[in-house]
Design a protein around this ligand. Sequence first.
Ligand code: ASP
Length: 331
Amino acid sequence: MKKILLIHTGGTFGMIPVKPSQVLAPADIKDLILKNLPDIKKIARVDFKIAFNIDSANIQIHHWRKLAQIISENYPEYDGFVIIHGTDSMIYTASALSFILRGLNKPVTLTGSQRPLAFIRSDAKSNLINSIELATLKIPEVSICFGTKLFRGNRTIKISSTSYNAFASPNFSALADVGWEISLSPNILSGGKKLILKDDFDSNVFSFRYFPGLSPRYLEYLIDSPAKGVIIEALGMGSISVMENSLIPWINQMTNANKIIVINSQNPYGKINLNLYQCGKMIKDAGGISASDMTVSTSIVKLMFLLGYHKGNLEKVKKNFLKPLAGEVTE
Ligand code: ASP
């Protein structure tokens, strides 16, 4: 039987209503799972580890490091890892782990639920059972298992705060579909040779969403700020106003101040093309770089990762931004 390490980090999944107000609070996860899901023993030998127990809104970079550390310490002993995580920041943790865990050759699957495990009609049961089963298969990537799908973690976005199909992967097909049978995609990564952790994130990044009427005045403070890079959620294929309230002079000032400007799209589907429209061309000429078809959250995490990895060498960061590290961008 395969051995799976189940790592708990918190979120709705393991919460129970506490008297008198019935507010949801963290519970003893091992007890809860063994009581509600004794059948997991039929799928694999499962051990439990509590990394921390928090609402995922509180996740910080040191939490990603801790998870990677736990995986690395237990790597030889287990065939796969399942991480129970709050859904709210799950995509960020998945992206971060996909970058930290260089040379990964075993499944690392994140899951969670919309309704707590202890509640009737909860999605926690099927999500956990599917995740454990998928973590016994040859899927050597960081993935997110939710509803009937397994997605590549760094390609995933959260699309619903209530639906049992809470996630989607707009620019990359699912790694697995879970129905009567489990069907695996041919696009699963082939896995590395030796696990090495790279976890020098640099959090000096900023991100904002462009909208018609945005005044560049509000962005001026970034020029002298410690931010080394800014991710703009632009319109369409990478457009912003270049007429009234033009951001081009600000982009010029930012790049002259040695800061990276990354252009993502507000549209989840499709990719950035800075060669098609005049706006895009002007961004490019001012020094902005494309995030291609990466998700916004992955762009943010990747920028922090590369700034740390290349010790602030901006030319190297720019050069490597569109090189896939873990299948996060289409070449
Ligand atoms: N607020 C919760 C969290 O992300 C929501 C969830 O678990 O789905 O931790």
